[in-house]
Design a protein around this ligand. Structure first.
Ligand code: BTN
Length: 230
């Protein structure tokens, strides 16, 4: 079913995820021009530069956080692709958006104490952190030749999200199939970091739960939580 998202705009917040968790009202999208304490995954900070897009959606999710990671990353990749189908846009498992192999957007999904899900998304629209500010290479859409307003991208993302969320509730396999078309490094060598170990192998895609499939010698391991490197 199509959701009606209520968009609430702020000039400056600590983190749109924090405000979304406090508000915790279904179908609200908190958008801010600035974040003073933007957060990333694994306790990293999200460097929030002026002119980029920062927003968080609140919903009572009828699916898992893991499935939402695939729904939201797929929807964002589709939204960007919608504006430029020549762009080399891929998704690094589970939910980093890359352009030409450099990170252009990140997603942080959290639960509220009242069991709602908050999907927080940061997109580098017009600028990105320099190489020494992050442990990965980053990019921005404008420098890649795609000039989009915050409103254009958010509206298009939400349209794709509604379609993909409904598909996910019907059958996660539909999302899996579409997500795999955008997946970075399929059938290529990757490094997978889990706690204190790093494994190298071939990325064989994801299983029916979204677990990463890593092939080493003749064995395939399904991995739930890890960081992927190339
Ligand atoms: C990551 O790749 O580490 C996830 C980054 C998520 C950043 C967004 S920006 C909007 C929302 N508010 C936050 O504090 N974080 C998310």
């Amino acid at each position: 079913m199509q959701k009606t998202w209520k968009i609430q705009k702020y000039t400056s917040v600590t983190s749109t995820n924090d405000l979304a968790k406090e508000t915790a009202e279904d179908n609200v999208v908190i958008v801010a021009d600035m974040q003073t304490a933007g957060r990333g995954r694994r306790a990293n900070k999200w460097i929030s530069q002026d002119g980029n897009l920062f927003f968080s959606q609140v919903l009572t999710a009828q699916t898992t956080v893991s499935n939402l990671a695939f729904v939201s990353s797929l929807s964002l990749a589709e939204a960007i692709y919608h504006f430029d189908n020549k762009i080399d846009i891929t998704i690094k498992w589970p939910n980093d958006i890359l352009i030409n192999k450099r990170k252009v957007a990140g997603i942080l999904i959290e639960n509220t104490p009242k069991n709602k899900a908050v999907i927080g998304i940061g997109v580098n629209l017009i600028s990105n952190p320099s190489g020494d500010e992050t442990s990965y290479l980053s990019a921005n859409l404008q420098a890649e030749g795609l000039k989009l307003s915050k409103e254009q991208l958010l509206e298009t993302y939400l349209k794709f999200f509604d379609i993909n969320y409904a598909d996910c509730l019907r059958d996660f396999g539909l999302i899996r199939a579409k997500w795999l078309k955008f997946a970075s490094y399929i059938n290529q060598k990757i490094k997978v970091k889990r706690q204190d170990r790093i494994d190298e192998g071939i990325f064989k895609g994801i299983d029916e739960q979204g677990l990463l499939l890593l092939e080493q010698k003749d064995k395939i391991t399904a991995i739930a939580v890890a960081e992927v490197f190339f």
